[in-house]
Design a protein around this ligand. Structure first.
Ligand code: 8YV
Length: 339
């Protein structure tokens, strides 16, 4: 399409690493020379390195690894704008050291992601996927009193590991919508007013594991949260409990979880994120009591559009254009902007 490039930025080239809403990508064309990827080709690290040559800005998703090797091969890069709230795909320290602004997309996806986390938890507890497979397989020949019975959600104890924005939104749903007793564990305890708003009580991790009827994982991935839930933790949970992971692959040890599900250490699980996704641990694919979805917790039309728009707003501002020139709305390393 024809490009309208303003004078101030005529030379700036940017890369949109994955397919995105075309009308939102077009917003970038008003300011920059844009290379996008409408066919949504998944580039190898080398492919991304090459595509980034000469580009000062990048719109990335959680699937692109932005590491020192990529930055070293592209010293002209000034801004990396993730279309995700999580940014464990980006070596932020390396970006900061090089004066590269990193941005993410908080807030716009909170409620949608919390909706999905709740849905996945309910699907696991009430055995929705498992029973649907049974029906589709033509096995439903009669009603039975104990057919696909599972634990209740309303009135049960909801445990939340990681009490950031999304954790709080899930807590509110549980406490105020479903009459649940909500307990949480987080790196730091929330102010009392926030706890009251969420109807949630702080507990240590052992209590969380021991008391939760439904445990939802919303903690960001970092080396310190790697396998925060593994065989030892699963063994501490109730045998009737469910576990839902909408955070990141790697926070839960998927092999240990598959084993726990198989052994009946917990009742069921709901997983939207996986170690090594889009690959899924083969043992998870063969246990019936787990609901598996392909990392879609933020996938409502409105929210995905809001995420794309925010990533674009961030890139335009980070590269010194638009009304917020120099002040991207949601920087991860704002210290770079002060330099
Ligand atoms: C994204 C997510 O869709 O925001 C996040 O951190 O996990 C999802 O909402 C995914 O990371 C693609 O960027």
């Amino acid at each position: 399409m024809a490009q309208t490039i303003t004078e101030e930025t005529a030379v700036q080239k940017v890369l949109v690493a994955r397919a995105a809403f075309p009308d939102i990508v077009d917003r970038l064309r008003a300011h920059f020379e844009v290379q996008d990827n409408p066919d949504d080709e998944v580039w190898s690290p080398e492919g991304l390195r090459n595509a980034l040559q000469g580009k000062v800005g990048l719109v990335a998703t959680g699937s692109e690894r932005i590491d020192e090797a990529l930055l070293a091969a592209n010293p002209q890069l000034k801004a990396v704008c993730n279309m995700a709230v999580g940014y464990n795909n980006i070596d932020v320290a390396a970006c900061t050291a090089r004066g590269i602004v990193v941005t993410n997309t908080p807030d716009v996806l909170t409620e949608t992601t919390a909706d999905f986390g709740f849905a996945l938890m309910m699907a696991a507890a009430r055995r929705i996927a498992e029973s649907e497979h049974y029906l589709r397989a033509g096995k439903w020949t009669k009603w039975r009193y104990d057919m696909f019975v599972g634990p209740d959600v309303h009135g049960a104890t909801l445990g939340i590991l990681g009490m950031g924005r999304i954790g709080q939104a899930i807590a509110r749903r549980g406490a105020h919508g479903f009459g649940m007793k909500v307990i949480y564990h987080n790196r730091s305890r929330l102010p009392e007013t926030t706890e009251a708003r969420c109807g949630a009580r702080y507990v240590d991790k052992a209590t969380l594991l021991r008391e939760a009827d439904h445990l939802v994982i919303v903690v960001p991935y970092s080396p310190s949260s790697h396998h925060a839930i593994g065989a030892v933790e699963l063994a501490q949970m109730k045998r009737t409990a469910t576990l839902t992971n909408i955070a990141r692959g790697g926070v839960v040890d998927d092999a240990a979880l598959a084993q726990a599900l198989r052994d009946g250490l917990i009742a069921a699980a709901g997983l939207d994120v996986f170690e090594g996704e889009p690959q899924v641990h083969p043992h998870l694919l063969t246990v019936p009591n787990v609901v598996l979805t392909p990392h879609i917790a933020s996938a409502s039309v409105a929210t995905r559009r809001a995420m794309a728009n925010l990533a674009v707003d961030n890139l335009i501002a980070a590269l010194g254009c638009g009304p917020d020139a120099g002040r991207p709305p949601t920087p991860v390393n704002p210290e770079v902007l002060k330099r």
